[in-house]
Every structure is written in C-alpha cells, then in structure tokens.
Design a protein around this ligand. Sequence first.
Ligand code: FAD
Ligand code: S2G
Ligand code: ZN
Length: 475
Amino acid sequence: MPPIAQDTFLHTLRAIVGDAHVLTEGDLSAWELDWRKRQRGKALAVVRPATTEEVAAVIKACVASGISVVPQGGNTGMVVGSTPDASGTQLVLSLTRMNKIRTLDAANLTVTVEAGCVLQTLQQACEAQGFLFPLSLAAEGSCTIGGNLGTNAGGTQVVRYGNTRELCLGLEVVTAQGEIWSGLTGLRKDNTGYDLRHLFIGSEGTLGVITAATMKMVPMPAAMLTAFASVPSLDAAVELLGLAHKTLSAGLTGFEVMGDFALSLVRKHFPQQHIPFDGEDPYCVVLEVSDHDSEAHARTLLETLLEEALQDGCVLDAVVAESLAQARALWHIRESIPLAQAQEGLNIKHDISIAVSRIPDFVRETDAQIAQAFPGARMVAYGHLGDGNLHYNVQAPEGSDAEAFLRDQEKPMNALVYDQVDRYNGSISAEHGIGSLKREKLAEHKSPVALGLMRSIKQALDPQNLMNPGRMLKP
Ligand code: FAD
Ligand code: S2G
Ligand code: ZN
C-alpha cells in the first residue's frame, strides 16, 4: 500500500476509534505473537474499537482500501489464527474493549454479552446472579466470548453442556462488507430461513466479526463435587466413563483423562501442586458431578459410582474433594498440563476426536508406531475423554533440541497421527480449529465436496477475501 494511502487509511481509523486505539508503534508482540510462540506476525496496525458501529466503520474503511482484517480476542488460540501474517499489511482488529455484559435475562436463562468479554468475567457475572455459564477451559482467564465463538471452543464441561455452539442462541455480527447483522434474539425456536449464527460460529474470523452474542446459562447446581481417580488403563477409564454415565446421567458435567507422563510434567514444573497418588499408575481421571438436590445427594451418587468402579477394578484409588478449594486444586492439576508442556518446550499437538470406545486401541496402535518411527518421542496424552477428544501431544525426546524436533519431525509425525485418525474415522481438529497451522491438513483430510461447500460460503460472504485470509481455507 503506497505510504500516502496508508497514512490516509490510518488517519481514517483514528477518526473512528480515537488516536489511542490505533497502535502502530512500540512492542506489539501481545497482538502479533501467538500463544504457542509458533509464529510472529507483523501488523499494519492494531485497532481497538469500542462499539459495534465503530467495528462496522473500520471494516468499511478496510473494504475501501482493500486491507485485510484479523479479528482477535484473547489471542489464546492454538492454531495461529488470530495473529497477522508477516507481510505488515494486515489490520488486527482487537475486540477486547467491547467487553460489556449487556443484559442478563433470568427468566429466559440467557445473557447477552459483547465479544471482548473475558470468559471468566462472564462466568463470575452469572454466578453472582445464581447462574452457571457452562463453558470452562484452562484459558478462561484471558480468552474471550468472541474467540470462543470464533473457534467453537470446547473445554471441560462439553460432556454435559456441549461446545460453545450449543450455548449460543443469537449473534450480532459485522459482515465483511461492514454491515451490522443483529441476530440477538435469545429465542430457542426460530425457523425463519438459514440459521445464520451457525455459519459464523467456528468460522475463525474468516466470514465476519462477531461483536455480541446471546448465550444460554443454567441455574447454579446445589452442589458440584469433584473426584480424582487413578485407573489401570485407558480401557478402564472408558469403562469408568460408562459407569459414570449410568450412575450420574445428566449429573456428569466433566470427565477428563490424564496420562502419567502428562502428570509428571505438572509435578516437574509446578511442584507446589499436590497431585494425589504416586504417579505410578498409567492414567488418572478427574470427574465432576453436578446436583440440583444437595451436596449429600451428590456425595451419595459419587460414592456409589466409585464403590462400583473399585469393585469392577476400573478404579485403583480415588479421592473426593471435601471442599470447593480442594475441588479447584484438583481441576487446576488438569488445567496445568498445557502450561507444563509449554514450560517443557515446544511440542507437537494433535487435538483429535475419535469414538470414545475406540480411543484405547487408537492410542495403543499409534503409540507403538510413534515409538518405532520417532524413538525417544515422549507422549503427552490427556484431555476430554467424555467427548472423545484427546490431546495426543508429543514432546521432543529428553534433552534433545525441541526446535529442531518441531522443524524436522512435525510434518511426518502429523502425517502418521492424522492417517491413524482417518483410519479410526476421527477428526483432525476436535476443538481448536484450523487457523493457519492446520490449513494444509484440512485440504488433505476433508472431502472435496465439503471443501467446495466451504469455499462457496467464503466466496458468498467475503468475496474480497478480506476476513482473516489464508486461515482455515487455502487461498
Ligand atoms: P483468539 O485466539 O483471539 O482468536 C481465535 C480465533 O477466533 C481466530 O481465528 C480469530 O480470528 C477468531 N476470533 C476471535 N474473536 C473473534 C470475533 N469477535 N469474531 C470473529 N472471529 C473471532 N480451546 C478449547 O476449545 N478447549 C480447551 O480446553 C482449550 N484449552 C486451552 C488451554 C490453554 C492453556 C490455552 C492457551 C488455550 C486453550 N484453548 C482451548 C484454545 C483457546 O483458548 C480457544 O480456542 C479460545 O476459544 C480462543 O479464544 P480467544 O479469545 O483467545 O481467541
Ligand atoms: C486443553 C490445551 C491445548 C493443548 O487444555 O484442553 O485444549 O493441547 C487443551 O495443550
Ligand atoms: Zn482441550
């Protein structure tokens, strides 16, 4: 873009959002570097609008100048989808200033919130009114509702409440042409044409900018109890999941599995955390039961489950949290695994989903193939077993150069794992999305018909290809 045109463009942005909210100088790494530190981009500028109207005006200015836009929330995404490329020609549109909770409608069990609201803030606001906003992930202290919708985030309560998509009743979106679509109805039933919200949820900023959403919430359960159990195998963890469904039914609100090496990284990098048992057992499970009756009722259900599981042999040992603080400490162990991985060094991530029943065979077979093809690679297997979503991650061999491992081994490692996922009829991205990291993989593993339909949607909604170009779909 010629300098004069660029100055004019930036001047237009400043007139829309104010000088203080158009950043071009200084350290912009908070917006240009992804959370995994995989790619450092270069932004033409970072713009921080405060209202939907300002977002619309910014997009109109981008359309007029042919400038592409990268919508950004908390920048905690795992697939390099929210940071600019290295060209220095892309505008990062940060939604963080649009963080109001507009309305909480107790009778309708909905809350209308702006895209830049941090997930934890929304959880706390609902809790203060006696409600649970049932979306929870380890990044909740910095990820935003807009990003959760952009990626259709999952997390640790999907087994009961579903992904972000299932929690969304309506959206307000600024389209790629800078028009405002107001779809914040809060209606549970509305069959008036295509359900447009579902086009934008999970679109990773490639179709438009989500500026607000009407989300479901549920009455706060009377009790939410947590148990932490050691199990002899992944097969036993799957058996325990089946027992939990049978015994707890809709009361089962979280079910996560953690491999021994994954837990050993938490022990190593966060020694202050007390992890139950001695780490000798191959897997542990942390599960949560929610009950609208009472804590005593929840405890009886949980103890019945654990007694049966101990008798069946699918649980070796178990502790039930005696307090909220202890429950939070047990969940903090699980949530610390990605942070412990990051401290251990750059790692290869596979965010995959497979039918729950087939996960043990998948892990046995694929572990063996990896051990043969990549001697010394250390498997960090953990995640949302309740949803069939495993974080089947790989750490470089002990003492080796993680950067070189990533550079030289990621492609062949991905190929091996994703071919296995195909053989098991699974998905190569369960919850993190595609971004730029998995764009080639999507093209390889998605059917030509599916890819064609996606390209038609992209062409229809963003014909100028200004919205997060190069993310999700190959140009
Ligand atoms: P960003 O990273 O800013 O953006 C993510 C994508 O959404 C980008 O493509 C961006 O362009 C788009 N986007 C952002 N805002 C908007 C908007 N307003 N309109 C349109 N598009 C937008 N993810 C899970 O699903 N489950 C987990 O359990 C989980 N655990 C995590 C644990 C850790 C420690 C970390 C660091 C991340 C984890 N994540 C998890 C990944 C990440 O937190 C989620 O993808 C989250 O939804 C991203 O939110 P964000 O606000 O940071 O979005
Ligand atoms: C989680 C984080 C990403 C990873 O904690 O559930 O989604 O694989 C993951 O480290
Ligand atoms: Zn996850």
